[in-house]
Design a protein around this ligand. Structure first.
Ligand code: SF4
Length: 288
């Protein structure tokens, strides 16, 4: 398998066969994201078939496939169809195909096209919401609004595909932290994903956010404010049976549970962390 640059994948895809069908992100403008800054977007025409054939020989114990990089769903439908059919044919033991998709990539596919991909194994779509507040989405140059994010989520859930959504603690800075938390909780409720993952902003050199912090145009909330932000997001999510993860290495407190069932337990743990009876992850142990 030949990979180009660093491969980024969700933690839950750790055991998946990673097929890098595109390099980079077709959008690549979010102010906080340094994942693909040095990797111009392109479709990896030359290696897709060879990589699937390699997996057919050497990855027979892995039952899941993750299509990388940043937004594999942006590939033209005909190309996706070719990839999915080849996976079905060459890797018949694979029972789940997942990918990252931004809202623009989701919009680029009709419901019928998504259902067709689902019939060939597409199971899980990972979407970065980051914030449910329109001012913040605009300031981080996400290129979307809360409305367009909800519409993208609707298209995925209407096809009965599993939707996993990430939010970004700290991305609103200090002043808008509370409004970010409240609106993110509300938009997540409307999106009704199967899984929610909270990450915490870590400024990456070379990004606009990093420069804004250095030049004192943006101020990151401190760890306690971030905990209060997390608490508020959870308070404003009113969904039943959604898995909530805040156990990413970037977070100051590791937390996971099912909402609403574990809501009070998670809120109490945050209270305990705020009062100092649970130790926070040390700054030097945080990572992206
Ligand atoms: S956050 Fe997602 S959509 Fe934005 S630049 Fe990074 S990979 Fe692309």
């Amino acid at each position: 398998m030949q990979y180009e640059g660093n491969i980024i994948r969700p933690p839950s895809e750790a055991n998946s066969i990673i097929l890098q069908v595109t390099a980079g992100c077709s959008y690549n403008k979010c102010t906080f994201c340094g994942a693909y800054k040095d990797k111009p977007f392109r479709i990896r025409h030359e290696s897709i078939d060879a990589d699937i054939e390699f997996a057919a020989q050497y990855c027979r114990r892995q039952k899941r496939v993750f299509l990388a990089d940043g937004d594999a769903l942006i590939l033209p439908f005909a190309q996706l169809l070719h990839i999915f059919i080849k996976i079905r044919h060459e890797l018949p033991w694979v029972n789940r195909i997942s990918l990252y998709a931004n809202a623009r990539a989701i919009r680029s596919k009709t419901k019928e096209e998504l259902l067709h991909l689902k019939s060939l194994g597409l199971d899980r779509v990972y979407l970065g919401l980051e914030s449910g507040d329109d001012r913040i989405l605009s300031s981080i140059r996400k290129g979307e609004t809360s409305r367009s994010m909800i519409a993208a989520a609707d298209r995925i859930t209407e096809c009965a595909l599993f939707l996993s959504v990430t939010l970004l603690l700290g991305i609103a800075g200090r002043e808008l932290s509370a409004v970010h938390a409240e609106n993110t909780g509300k938009v997540l409720t409307r999106m009704a994903p199967g899984q929610i993952a909270a990450l915490t902003v870590m400024p990456i050199p070379g990004t606009k956010l990093f420069i804004d912090i250095q030049e004192e145009r943006f101020f990151l909330p401190d760890s306690h404010s971030l905990l209060r932000e997390l608490q508020k997001v959870i308070q404003f999510i009113s969904l039943d049976r959604v898995q909530f993860y805040a156990n990413h290495a970037s977070n100051y407190l590791q937390l996971s549970g099912r909402l609403q069932k574990d809501k009070e337990r998670m809120l109490s743990l945050i209270d305990a962390a705020l009062s100092g009876s649970i130790q926070l992850i040390a700054e030097e142990h945080r990572a992206l």
